[in-house]
Design a protein around this ligand. Structure first.
Ligand code: RB5
Length: 149
């Protein structure tokens, strides 16, 4: 994990506690983290924070991001509206690994009201460490990049 690229992270109130924990987990592993908020558990709107993180991925400023809300559903819906964003909702380990191997996911989304801290840490570690397989999976991703235009 020492050589992983910096991570941009964001959450809403329902993801705040887990975001703080994951931020500490990444920092302890020498992974640089840029925190876009929210910074407390007061009620906020998840699209505002999804947009902050997704914009930084879409522009190429960061290669990897993490978003956390209550279920992960709203954050993934919002983030995937941005060009070149491939946000994957992964509340289990297998999905996290496959989202990297096959989908080259650049944003990991989790639900702070769905999974516990230990599973979330395992998911984050696996997601960061698993490489994209490329090949036939790249051409499938290429097909998505021009969809709807
Ligand atoms: C907030 O109550 C909740 O709706 C939000 O965190 C998220 O789960 C939406 O998808």
């Amino acid at each position: 994990m020492e050589n992983s690229s910096p991570i941009v992270i964001g959450c809403d109130h329902a993801g705040f506690a887990l975001k703080e924990l994951i931020k500490d987990y990444l920092t302890a592993m020498n992974c640089a983290v840029s925190d876009c908020g929210t910074y407390n558990d007061g009620s906020v709107d998840y699209p505002d924070f999804a947009a902050q993180v997704a914009r930084k991925i879409s522009s190429g400023q960061y290669l990897r991001g993490i978003l956390i809300c209550g279920t992960g559903i709203g954050m993934s819906m919002a983030a995937n509206r941005f060009p070149a964003v491939r946000a994957a909702l992964c509340n289990d380990l297998f999905s996290a690994i496959m989202s990297r191997r096959h989908n080259n996911a650049n944003i990991l989304v989790m639900g702070g009201r769905v999974i516990g801290p230990e599973l979330a840490k395992e998911i984050v570690r696996a997601w960061i460490e698993t490489p994209f397989e490329g090949g036939r999976h790249q051409s499938r991703i290429d097909k998505m990049s021009c969809m709807g235009t």
